[in-house]
Design a protein around this ligand. Structure first.
Ligand code: FPP
Length: 242
């Protein structure tokens, strides 16, 4: 049983294994992503119900452009389909959508869907659903440094500004521009892979990790809750002592 008084405030998920799920069924990879989208829908619902404040998912990395044209365009088409079918429901459930990453260069239709989701849910105060899209953490950190530099040169920051951890954090995608998303308490990765793959490198300094062999399309609310229970049994010390 999970302890409802200690639900992690911020959870991030690497939704891995869609391709393998499809392969096992002799289906095209995009069918795996479609099944992955359905799994994601259920996890958003569960996160919202149990009172998670931030759910951050890795939907498309800066490295994912290396995949075939068919797969890349398939993923963005799914995004449009997802927004078309789910935006009303998300809005009704008071979910706020945010994007981490440079979505200016994604296909037009997907970009429009994203902008519509951002605008529609801008005032919502429930679960914040953060989609990492064309996101890479090293690029994010480099961008933050360049933005600080620009703001110093442009006079928005004092010329002798000392760069601190707090300042750098505010210039990341998870910073001011997205309402300062708390660092993930828990990072989940499915499909048996145990690595971060350029996701939230800065933000994960003290995150707990939970891995499961389940492929993302098979990931259920029950498994999600089981991993939260695993998290609740961890002893977080943040470098200090009990
Ligand atoms: C990783 O599995 C998954 C992705 C790169 C894409 C995730 C996309 C979705 C869940 C689709 C829906 C998303 C939105 C925002 C509508 P993989 O393809 O790397 O799997 P593999 O390692 O088994 O090949």
């Amino acid at each position: 049983m999970i302890d409802m008084d200690r639900i992690p405030e911020s959870i991030a998920v690497i939704m891995d294994g869609n391709g393998r799920w499809a392969k096992k069924r002799f289906l095209p990879r995009v069918a795996g992503h479609n099944a992955g989208m359905l799994a994601m829908k259920e996890i958003i619902k569960t996160a919202s119900t149990i009172g998670v404040k931030h759910l951050t998912v890795y939907a498309f990395s800066t490295e994912n452009w290396k995949r075939t044209e068919e797969e890349v365009s398939g993923i963005f088409k799914l995004l449009v389909k997802y927004v078309d079918s789910e935006l009303d429901e998300l809005h009704k459930n008071n979910v706020r959508v945010r994007i981490l990453g440079d979505y200016s260069i994604i296909p037009k239709a997907a970009k429009n869907s994203i902008e519509k989701s951002l605008a529609t849910t801008a005032e919502n105060t429930g679960l914040q659903f953060n989609i990492a899209l064309n996101y890479g953490s090293r690029a994010e950190i480099v961008r933050a440094v360049n933005r600080i530099n620009e703001d110093i040169r442009g006079g928005k920051l004092e010329a002798d500004t000392e760069v601190t951890e707090e300042l750098l954090s505010r210039y990341l995608y998870t910073g001011d521009e997205n309402g300062n998303i708390p660092d993930p308490d828990l990072i989940i990765r499915t499909s048996g892979e145990e690595r971060l793959s350029n996701f939230l490198l800065w933000q994960s300094a003290y995150s707990e990790f939970a891995f499961t062999d389940v492929l993302w399309p098979d990931f259920t609310p029950e498994e999600f809750k089981r991993l939260i229970e695993v998290y609740q049994n961890r002893d977080r010390r943040f470098g200090g002592r009990k």
